[in-house]
Design a protein around this ligand. Structure first.
Ligand code: NAD
Length: 258
C-alpha cells in the first residue's frame, strides 16, 4: 500500500487554468494522487472535453468544471458561490491561470497593463481570500501559486508580468506566515520556459529557442508535467513542514550567473 503521506485521497482541489498547459497537467497529477478536482478555465467547450477525458481516465474520482473569466470580479464570486453550493469542501487551491502581453514598458496602454494585474495578481489574491474559510475547515490544506522566474529576475516578458509574478511570490510568503496557525500551507512554483501553447510561438523561432537553451543548465525547456510534479509535491502531506517556499522549476536557470 502506498504511504498516505504521498497520496491526496479524500482531498478536493480547485485548479485554475485547467484546460491547457501547466494547469491541465496539475489537475491530472492531483487526480492520479487521489484528489477530486474542480476545474476552471475560460472556454466551456475545452473545459468540458478535459472533464470528460479525466472522468474516463479516473472513473473513481469526482471531476467538476466551471467556465469563467477569472479577470472578471463577478465571475470570481460566482465561482465560489458554485463551490459553496456543491458543499464538497476544499483543501487545495492551485492558482495557475495567468497571462501576458510582452512588450517594452513604454508601449503598454493603461488597460493592457492593468489587465495583467487583474488576472495574474488580483484574481490570485482574491481567490486565496475566498478559499480561506473553506480551507480552514480541513485540518491540513494547501495553496500553491504559479509564479515565474520573471518574478525573481529580468527576463524578456515585459515589466508588468514580472511585477505581477514578483507580487505573487510575496503574497505566498505573507499568507504562509499569516495562515500557518489555521493549518493552511502556502507555497509557489516559479517556472522558466515550459512547453505550452503560450510559449509555442516564441520557441518556434530556432534562434530564440537556442538562446533559451544556452542559458539553461539542463539544456532544454521544461514540460508541463515537470511543473505539475512540483505543485503536487507541495500539496502532499509529505510536504507538511514546507510553507512560504517558492520552488523554481527552471532547469537551473536562476542559478546560472555565467
Ligand atoms: P496556457 O495558455 O497553456 O494555459 C492557460 C490556462 O489558463 C488555460 O486553461 C486558459 O483557459 C486559462 N486561463 C487563461 N486566462 C484565463 C482567465 N482570464 N480566466 C480563466 N482561465 C484563464 O498557459 P501556461 O503556459 O500553462 O501558463 C500557466 C501559468 O504558468 C500562468 O500563470 C503563467 O504565467 C505561468 N508560467 C508559464 C510559463 C511557461 O513557460 N509556460 C513560465 C512561467 C510561468
Amino acid at each position: 500500500m502506498t504511504d498516505a503521506r504521498w497520496r491526496l485521497d479524500g482531498q478536493v482541489a480547485l485548479v485554475t487554468g485547467a484546460s491547457a498547459g501547466i494547469g491541465h497537467a496539475v489537475a491530472r497529477e492531483l487526480l492520479g494522487l487521489g484528489a477530486d478536482v474542480l476545474l476552471v478555465a475560460r472556454n466551456a467547450d475545452d473545459l468540458d472535453d478535459v472533464r470528460t477525458q479525466f472522468e474516463e481516465d479516473h472513473p473513481e474520482r469526482i471531476v467538476r468544471a466551471f467556465a469563467c473569466d477569472l479577470a472578471d470580479e463577478d465571475a470570481r464570486r460566482e465561482l465560489f458561490d458554485w463551490i459553496e453550493d456543491l458543499d464538497c469542501g476544499l483543501s487545495i487551491l492551485v492558482n495557475n491561470a495567468g497571462g501576458n502581453q510582452r512588450k517594452p514598458t513604454m508601449d503598454y496602454a493603461d488597460d493592457e497593463w492593468r489587465a495583467l494585474f487583474e488576472l495574474n495578481l488580483f484574481a490570485t489574491f482574491e481567490l486565496c481570500r475566498y478559499a480561506y474559510p473553506l480551507l480552514t475547515r480541513h485540518p491540513a490544506s494547501s495553496v500553491v501559486n504559479v509564479g515565474s522566474v520573471s518574478g525573481a529576475t529580468h527576463v524578456r516578458t515585459g515589466s508588468p508580468y514580472g511585477m505581477t509574478k514578483a507580487a505573487v511570490h510575496q503574497l505566498t510568503k505573507n499568507l504562509a506566515c499569516e495562515w500557518a496557525p489555521a493549518g493552511v500551507r502556502v507555497n509557489a512554483v516559479a517556472p522558466w520556459y515550459i512547453r505550452t501553447r503560450r510559449t509555442a510561438p516564441a520557441l518556434a523561432d530556432p534562434e530564440y529557442h537556442d538562446e533559451v537553451i544556452e542559458r539553461t543548465p539542463l539544456r532544454r525547456v521544461g514540460e508541463p508535467e515537470e511543473v505539475a510534479a512540483a505543485v503536487a509535491f507541495l500539496c502532499l502531506p509529505a510536504a507538511s513542514y514546507i510553507t512560504g517556499e517558492c520552488i523554481a522549476v527552471d532547469g537551473g536557470f536562476l542559478r546560472y550567473g555565467f
